[in-house]
Design a protein around this ligand. Structure first.
Ligand SMILES: C[S@@+](CC[C@H](N)C(=O)[O-])C[C@H]1O[C@@H](n2cnc3c(N)ncnc32)[C@H](O)[C@@H]1O
Ligand code: SF4
Ligand code: SF4
Length: 449
């Protein structure tokens, strides 16, 4: 007997005034139907054998089996076209191999961002020496990472940065990347970055000096713009990373347009995290849920509007809706323990930069431990690999858990003191997803059975 493909069990189902929308988070598929269509989907969940299903439908709708069969074929074709059918078994066994090694090469910084979650400023006495940095890079290479992303503090404050970049570049399988505000970029360094094909992430928190410098300090915007000019002169690829906060919440479209104008490959947005100096500012910098709903919607639109341009607009909370999560459905929404490792300025190994200063999340230190051992055996990494939104107490019954993936666990821990808690984005995400799903529930989109 013919077997029908199932709709994914991990899916979103939202109803408004008798209109149902289903989202397939694996591929971003969307399907809108009425009460009868939703009933058929429910029956398809329970009965996969086509003949039996046709029989059941015929009885339930009081129609003859030929008509039930014909309608089922058409309905199923629509489900296929809308990328709703088929389940992806995304349980991967064994230890994953990370793509990225994040390496803090200093805590020194040439500015003092109000929101800095690592509390950067002065160089600290226990910072890694250049030899120790080489060791960390070797260990990351041994682990199989392909990209070494230098961060800090600001990596550009290290005089020996060119040697570090060369060291990475010399290892055939490694690509160097840097996160920086470009405040102290010199022509010589820009040229070196071009020669060594360094991928640069530039932090920019506003499209004007006033908006950016509120966080990044007076004069930062102009220096960053001069730096961008230098990078462009030497054809260094770059992207902008923008931290959404109360001050720049209405500046999103301008930041995207600035990115397009200046030749950024991507503009990535993420909401401010309340850690480090940002924790002390708390409510004063947190956008409201309504503001975040507006911001996510703006980013959703921008992603579509820039499809034809040579630039990507990134915001992870829209990804499941737009392009789907593929095999990341059922994983936490970050790559801790799966796609990246993080080593701090003094060699500590932590799940991600937000766990800086949390001794309970210190996995080891490269002075005494081997990254490959920690990666293979640390129970904390194991937690990040195996936990899904279904396992987190606060998320288990949440209607949008397969879109958000369970939220940032570091945020949950820092704001609520527990990995089992919801994160500080919950209210925003519930408001936003509810709003966007309601908008999808329109009679004109209905595919009836
Ligand atoms: C800590 S910085 C280090 C690298 C470099 N100094 C820079 O600013 O790009 C790394 C990234 O974290 C972001 N960041 C800093 N504080 C943050 C916060 N409270 N919430 C979210 N992102 C933050 C920065 O904007 C930057 O993109
Ligand atoms: S966010 Fe980056 S530039 Fe700003 S203080 Fe922190 S390390 Fe420095
Ligand atoms: S919105 Fe909050 S409660 Fe719902 S799944 Fe995401 S993190 Fe969990």
């Amino acid at each position: 007997m013919a077997q029908l493909e199932p709709l994914p069990a991990k899916r979103i189902h939202h109803v408004q005034d008798g209109v149902h929308i289903f989202i397939n988070p694996y591929w971003g598929g969307k399907f809108v139907t009425d009460d009868k269509g939703a009933l058929i989907i429910e029956m398809m969940d329970k009965e996969r054998e086509e003949e039996k299903l046709v029989q059941l439908i015929a009885e339930k709708l009081n129609i003859n089996p030929f008509e039930a069969a014909a309608r089922l074929v058409t309905f199923t074709e629509h489900l296929y076209k809308r990328r709703m059918l088929g389940e992806t078994d995304n349980v991967t066994s064994g230890t994953p191999q990370p793509d990225f090694g994040f390496l803090e090469i200093t805590r020194k910084c040439d500015t003092r961002c109000r929101l800095c979650y690592v509390d950067s400023g002065q160089e600290l006495p226990d910072s890694l020496t250049i030899e120790e940095i080489f060791t960390a890079i070797d260990q990351m290479a041994e682990l199989g990472v392909e990209n070494i992303a230098l961060t800090g503090g600001d990596p550009l404050t290290r005089k020996d940065l060119p040697e570090i970049l060369e060291y990475i570049h010399k290892q055939k399988k490694l690509k160097p990347a840097i996160s920086t505000s470009l405040l102290s970029l010199t022509e010589e360094l820009a040229q070196k970055m071009g020669d060594l094909a360094v991928a640069v992430q530039i932090s920019l928190d506003g499209s004007t000096a006033e908006l950016n410098d509120w966080n990044r300090g007076k004069g930062s915007f102009d220096k960053t713009m001069q730096g961008v000019q230098l990078l462009n002169n030497y054809r260094v690829p770059f992207r902008f990373a923008c931290v959404i906060n109360k001050h720049n919440i209405n500046d999103i479209q301008n930041l995207v347009e600035l990115g397009v104008r200046l030749g950024a490959r991507e503009v990535a947005f993420g909401k401010v995290k309340l850690a480090g100096r940002a924790a002390r500012l708390n409510e004063a910098v947190m956008p409201t849920s309504e503001e975040m709903t507006g911001a996510y919607h703006q980013l959703y639109r921008s992603d579509f509007d820039t499809r034809q341009a040579n630039i990507k607009v990134r915001c992870k909370h829209n990804q499941a809706l737009i392009s789907g999560l593929d095999n990341r459905v059922g994983c936490l929404p970050c790559g801790a323990g799966r796609t990246f490792v993080h080593v701090t300025y003094n060699g500590d190994v932590i799940p991600c930069s937000l766990f800086n200063g949390c001794p309970e999340f210190l996995l080891g230190n490269i002075h005494k431990d081997k990254l490959t051992d920690l990666w293979a055996h640390s129970p904390v990494y194991q937690y990040f690999r195996e936990t899904t939104a279904d396992d987190i107490e606060a998320c288990r019954n949440c209607p949008v858990k397969y879109l958000c993936g369970g939220g940032c666990r570091a945020d949950a821990y820092l704001s609520q003191g527990s990995l089992e808690a919801g994160c500080s984005d919950c209210e925003d995400l519930l408001t936003y997803y509810d709003w966007i799903l309601d908008r999808g529930c329109q009679a004109k989109y209905i595919t009836a059975f």
